[in-house]
Design a protein around this ligand. Structure first.
Ligand code: ZN
Length: 247
């Protein structure tokens, strides 16, 4: 019997790469293209990796597509408000029903992530070419598999605390910066039947998604977030007479 291939979609607003401010040779196929290439390399034949962008009809994620996604990867920054509330709510519901969601960099402020967190998801930031060190603080976690104690990024945007998220269910990475700040840069959350991983590296002006270790983390995260066989447990509100589970 052939095993079903995982259905992975990388979503990107795809605005910066088509404007000014991002070196043209950095992401010629868009940030989504680079992330998807990395996932194809790390997941091989186990997954079908496709992409979707804001400009496409229904932002590239009509129900017919979204309903069959195992893990959705999300990158957004300047166009969070252009994402329809309807799609944000559908992504939230799909996570509650078991879809995995990997939220990257400035998508900490995206509609779906904020809906799932229920907090402002605000943070400190600075674009000043800080060196970032990503510290693995949970080396036994599946998302840290094959990842060294420290991933150095020679230059990156600083994201610092306080990051207004609920306490993560599992914390995998903490970053430190030249300026002295620290940040919870790799955070796991369970919501309903689904899993959410937030990973902060990925500012659009740096070649972050070409970095082998960053690709390793994102590949691991997709594997971790994958729903697998769904539990028979029902979510929602159910009137339950005595003995209902024995019938
Ligand atoms: Zn940024």
């Amino acid at each position: 019997m052939t095993e079903r291939r995982l259905n992975i979609v990388v979503w990107n607003e795809y605005v910066h790469e088509r404007g000014t401010g991002v070196p043209a040779d950095l992401y010629p196929d868009g940030i989504h293209g680079a992330i998807a290439d990395g996932l194809r390399a790390s997941l091989g034949t186990a997954a079908v990796v496709s992409t979707a962008t804001l400009d496409e009809p229904e932002h590239g994620l009509p129900a017919a597509v979204l309903d069959h996604v195992d893990v959705l990867v999300w990158w957004g920054h300047v166009a969070h408000d252009a994402v329809s509330d309807e799609l944000a709510a559908r992504v939230q519901q799909r996570v509650l029903d078991g879809m995995g969601l990997v939220v990257l960099h400035s998508a900490h402020y995206s509609k779906p992530f904020r809906l799932l967190m229920g907090t402002s998801c605000g943070l400190r930031w600075r674009e000043a070419d800080d060196r970032e060190l990503i510290w693995t603080v949970n080396p036994g976690h599946p998302i840290a598999a094959g990842v060294p104690a420290v991933i150095p990024l020679a230059r990156h945007e600083m994201y610092g605390e306080f990051f207004d998220i609920p306490a993560p269910d599992e914390l995998v990475f903490i970053s430190s910066f030249t300026g002295g700040e620290v940040f919870r840069s790799g955070c796991c959350f369970h919501r309903g039947k689904g899993k959410v991983f937030y990973f902060s590296p990925g500012h659009e002006t740096y070649p972050i998604y070409h970095d082998a270790m960053i690709r390793q983390v994102i590949g691991n995260a997709v594997g971790w977030a994958c729903a697998g066989e769904s539990s028979g447990t029902q979510t929602g509100i159910h009137e339950s007479p005595n003995g209902w589970f024995e019938q």
